[in-house]
Design a protein around this ligand. Structure first.
Ligand SMILES: [Zn+2]
Length: 133
């Protein structure tokens, strides 16, 4: 390759790098408290009486934000990824991390059998609903 071609190769590499970086940036909703992606397994959603919602990446973020008056709390069932009412969910604290960036160790499950299996596998213990008012 001739000498003058190298700067072009360099520019192309930089442009490609930027392009990939933009594409790799996670899309989708972000946690209202910490800004992390909130479409993960630890997601918590407050359904407000006015029909809007507030989405968080994890139980600790949602708790720290505080539950708005009259809001319904929805957590994500770790076994299926489906949302479930926090009041109807089962919670386990274990050695497994559910949300990596803030090292959340509380896990929510819709079915007691899934919660018990997790508890058994990851040396967990039952914890009360963190959103009980
Ligand atoms: Zn968060």
């Amino acid at each position: 390759m001739r000498g003058w071609a190298w700067p072009l190769v360099f520019l192309a590499a930089v442009a490609f790098g930027f392009g990939t970086g933009l594409r790799d940036r996670p899309a989708g909703p972000r946690c209202l408290r910490c800004g992390a992606p909130s479409d993960t397994i630890g997601r918590v959603r407050f359904l407000l009486p006015d029909g809007t919602d507030r989405v968080f990446c994890s139980i600790p973020c949602a708790r720290a934000a505080g539950i708005p008056e009259g809001a319904r709390v929805r957590v994500t069932d770790e076994a299926t990824g489906q949302e479930v009412d926090a009041d109807a969910a089962f919670f386990v604290e274990s050695e497994a991390v559910s949300v990596a960036h803030n090292r959340t160790r509380i896990h929510a499950f819709a079915r007691t059998t899934d919660a018990a299996a997790h508890l058994e596998e990851h040396r967990g213990r039952w914890v009360p609903n963190p959103f009980r008012r």
